[in-house]
Design a protein around this ligand. Sequence first.
Ligand SMILES: [Zn+2]
Length: 365
Amino acid sequence: MVRCDDLIAVLFPHFSAVLVERVFTECGVVHIVARTLDGTAPCPDCECPSNRVHSCYQRRLADTPVGDQPVRIELTVRRLYCDNARCERRTFVEQVAGLTFRYGRRTPALRRTLEAVAVALAGRAGARLAVVLHSAVSRTTLLRLLMALPDPSWEVPKVLGVDDFATRRGQHYGTVLIDCETRKPLGLLPGRDAETLATWLREHPGIEAICRDRAGSYAEGARVGAPQAVQVADRFHLWQNLGTAVEQCVRQHTRCLQPPCSDPSDLPDIELPPAKEMSPIEARIRERHAIVHALLDQGHGIREIARELHIGGNTVRRSARAATPEELLGGRRQPRPSQLDPYKPYLDKRWAEGHTNAVHLHAEL
Ligand SMILES: [Zn+2]
């Protein structure tokens, strides 16, 4: 058999330092009325113990729920004199470990719970979960708890990830810094210009590699702030570049894709896109060409446009040089006539027969 006192000591360890006078339920809320013991308490400044009472008052604290019911603690605490003549403090209020802290209206356990909710869900969503946890607080309270938390400590990473983010899309941009090995964010910088990044890098020496996008400002910032660091394109932009290159290549060679000439009944139906349909890349190139020329007409410079559209300076220059988007589409949509053209049917026939040696085929021609 477990004694009731033992059970209470296990479930409510933070009440061991106080005298519980009364417990009752009212409107579904558990009220615990308690007062502190008559022992000494240390002055928060000089740590001299004292038990000379100045006055008493009641603190109301919210605690973590028990048995699916919210808990309110009405705790009578003492204001004590500090009798140390060399201490400037005359009186102080005693604190109970695990139950109170200065100016706190919640127990440390409840505060920790709400901090965890705020970290995971922030304002509105956090406030909704807090209601379920019988610890209803406003979203602004959760945000205040979140903002009061100290920043997690971190060391200067070996591989730093740099990318931009928008607070008001197209209006304000900042820079987010990430430790690429732990995948944890390290900080946010105001702005995405080269000098902002260079200043941060100078203040945090020891970075070996910088993983960035293709924007010229980050390249320059990294070169100035951390000249020893290797600069690499991040994975997202490598995949994006590859995707763009493959799409462009396939687009240029659409005419090479002849429909199979064997018996069509043996093959599954494959719907080829109509040749006139615009591919995503073509649409993008046309749109970018239009935007670049519109901005140029408004008097913006190449670098300014590159920064605004967040594309490379060379891409902007190519668009600026091209009078029409067709020039950017490679001008290769209509293959130029070649002196090989008359021999192509012969070459196709020989290739199909298995003769793939280029030197021999050249000799035959
Ligand atoms: Zn003192």
